[in-house]
Design a protein around this ligand. Sequence first.
Ligand code: PLP
Length: 402
Amino acid sequence: MKNSDLIDIAQEFGNPIYVYDSEKIKFQYERLTSAFKDIGSLRINYATKALSNLSVLKYMKLLGAGLDTVSIQEVRLGLAAGFEPQAIIYTPNGVSLKEIEAVAQMGVQINIDNLSLLEQFGARHPNTPVCIRINPHVMAGGNSNISVGHIDSKFGISIHQIPHLLRIVENTAMNINGIHMHTGSDILDIDVFLHAAEILFDTAKHFKNLAFLDFGSGFKVPYHDNDIETNIEELGEKLSSRFISFCEEYGSDLQLIFEPGKFLVSQAGYFVTQVNVVKQTTSTVFAQVDSGFNHLIRPMLYGSHHHIENISNPEGKERFYSVVGYICETDTFGSNRKIAEIKEGDLLVFKNCGAYCFSMASNYNSRYRPAEILWHEGKAHLIRKTESFEDILQNQVEINFS
Ligand SMILES: *Cc1c(COP(=O)(O)O)cnc(C)c1O
């Protein structure tokens, strides 16, 4: 989509505002499926938590995706978007047995990532098929906040505990139908990923009735020019042939599952803000926008980079700015960025704002969470309204002190 479309949207619906381009989502979906076209049974389960708007979920369904969910509320969103329970996998971490049982009741595929709940669930529901999330202890990427396969991670059942795991499965006679891993958010080295895949295959050999292997996600997308990204095509070629040979060895055609979030929606998202104040200090020029970490927390939470462009003055002479928000807390979106000259009132767009942006938004400073737009077939569709003061008050219960 063009910058002029974003300007029109901000004019019509107000700002700040999130805009998602459905064409880019589709492009990414088809890129992934075509990279794995040799796989007889491929399933893409979109990771709901990246961007959980109902209309985005419906669009994923239209593309043919299933869903990856991490809470019972995400499961319910998926069902509300029209997904069959069988098209949903539930991969929680640290939730109660009660919640897992409630989701299993809905007919959703359960994925368990600890021995304690595996044993309890297996003892009570030996006939319900369960997937097991393993931790292959492979370090993918360098940031330990977003890398979840390493040794100290709270995610998954350690592969060093496989003997214990097998005893539980035998004692409970439970039905294991899938093996899962999700190693982290940055697969930069295909060989590292393939190494983790071998560990998954080794684990899979212990189970006789598998229906699928789930390789999770971790596809890295580019955040700026010349940024590295996962080479999906190379991964597709190498993993597909290995997967096919494993299925022959295993003696059955398993389904191959991926659960990308970021890969499908990150680059499809734009966050449009307006500059309230340009403030010159002795060393820095600040551009202060009508937003903050209440709307976009990733740069402050884990140092993610979001490219920032001045779409009101794209041809202007480039100068250095620190782009910050209006929240009473340090909320720096970008330090000393080279951006086309900014005047108060200009619209700045943040790139890569589809994944983990709106879904992490809050009401901090009692601000409203912004509206969301799906740009679909050349038209802007409002898919979430801006909040109002009623939303801020909604669940508060007043005490009438006398
Ligand atoms: C968050 C998550 C994903 C998606 O990760 P991305 O980096 O956004 O692709 C996939 N699987 C599980 C279990 C997750 O928790």
